[in-house]
Design a protein around this ligand. Structure first.
Ligand code: FNR
Length: 367
């Protein structure tokens, strides 16, 4: 990192919006950890999130957790969000985080067509998606029927209701990276000719129904965050929207459906989203919707991960300038915080030299 003289004050001002107040601007990015045997998050997972709350992370977004549908996740150590055992595990996570003074939302997830046939859990459950196409465009299963779509919307709504019941501070819907909701957004994976497919506005319809159904369950005061991205798991260059106009057409129905905060997933926070402006995806989203936006991407990572751009833009300095300009409201930190539970506190206290650097090996341990 090398920049210990940066004033990080903009990161440590309180955040207040209609439905969510936080003590500072830091967010733990959702990160799958595969430490929940049989889909149940245990004491070690609760302690992992608690450590972040104890060390002043403003808002924790949990790892993606599978909604109540047989093919929602791929892998039996990924936590699910249904059934008494898993929900009791999550209730303990919430209790631990709240005792430590933190706030936390679950990231509700369905992987859609990224699941392979035969994957655990529920080996027999087939992958589902808008057109039965995987991210390479190959046909794997039948397109979802309208009845299946309706049931899926209901599964998200049940997840939202469960989140509220067990005390979470809101929900985040995983609409990014090429998973189910994003498969509806993206024209490559959504080739439907009914009302769920077509132009970019029609392709938001599934998400709109999910958001509206969640809102119906949780009522007006409970925050709904939507995470979306241009990039896909298999395609870093993918674009939902090629221009600010198209992004606006995409965001409008989602805003009207009741999204409170947009979580705009990019791999590098300093990269301009469209030519002719320095704004990143979160910057554009805030400008176009008037809603608070979370930025993310390589915060605090060193050269190995930031591919040679100058420290001027990639450093915390660059981030603070954008935050100061109110380009976006919140900053999510992924890998840096996966490795070092004290990342936020160390930054606040000007102790960047004490940060534990992320490496690929870091994934093996719940630090
Ligand atoms: C992720 N990411 C991710 N995103 C998401 O929306 N849901 C998820 O479950 C996961 N899982 C996940 C696991 C691991 C191990 C990593 C490293 C990443 C993406 C993550 O939230 C974040 O957007 C990126 O990591 C970029 O932020 P950093 O790591 O550069 O700060």
């Amino acid at each position: 990192m090398g920049h210990t003289d940066t004033s990080t004050a903009p990161l440590f001002t309180p955040f207040t919006s209609d439905r969510l107040s936080l003590t500072n601007r830091t967010v733990m990015a959702p990160m799958t950890r595969r430490f929940s045997p049989e889909g149940v998050p245990g004491e070690d997972v609760a302690a992992y999130y608690r450590r972040r709350a104890e060390n002043n992370v403003g808002l924790i977004v949990t790892e993606g957790t599978g909604i109540n549908h047989p093919s929602s996740v791929s892998g039996s150590s990924i936590p699910v969000f249904y059934g008494e055992k898993a929900l009791n595990g999550w209730a303990n996570v919430v209790k631990q985080v709240h005792e430590a003074g933190g706030k936390i939302v679950p990231q509700l997830w369905h992987v859609g067509m990224t699941r392979n046939i035969g994957d655990l859990p529920n080996k027999e459950a087939l992958p589902v998606g808008p057109s039965g196409l995987n991210l390479s465009g190959e046909k794997v299963t039948e397109p979802m029927t309208e009845k299946e779509i309706e049931q899926m919307v209901e599964a998200y709504a049940q997840g939202a209701a469960a989140a509220k019941r067990i005390g979470f501070d809101g929900i985040e819907l995983h609409g990014a990276h090429g998973y189910l909701i994003d498969q509806f957004f993206w024209e490559k994976t959504n080739q439907r000719t009914d009302r769920y497919g077509g132009d970019i506005v029609s392709r938001t319809r599934f998400a709109v129904e999910v958001i509206e159904a969640c809102r119906r369950e949780v009522g007006p005061g409970f925050p709904i965050i939507l995470r979306f991205s241009q990039w896909k798991m298999s395609d870093y260059g993918a674009k939902l929207a090629d221009s600010p106009d198209e992004l606006e057409r995409f965001l409008k129905p989602l805003t009207e459906a009741g999204v409170d905060i947009f979580h705009c997933s990019t791999r590098r926070f300093w990269e301009p989203e469209f030519e002719g402006s320095n704004l990143n995806l979160a910057g554009w989203t805030k400008k176009l919707t008037g809603k608070p936006a979370i930025s993310v991407g390589s915060v605090g990572l060193d050269e190995e991960f930031t591919s040679g751009r100058g420290a001027e833009t990639t450093s915390l300095d660059g981030l603070m300038k954008r935050l100061n300009n109110e380009e976006f409201d919140l900053v999510a930190i992924g890998r840096s915080l996966l490795k070092d539970p004290e990342w936020v506190e160390k930054i606040r206290n000007g102790k960047a030299e004490e940060l534990l650097p992320y490496s690929r090996d870091s994934l093996k341990t719940l630090y």
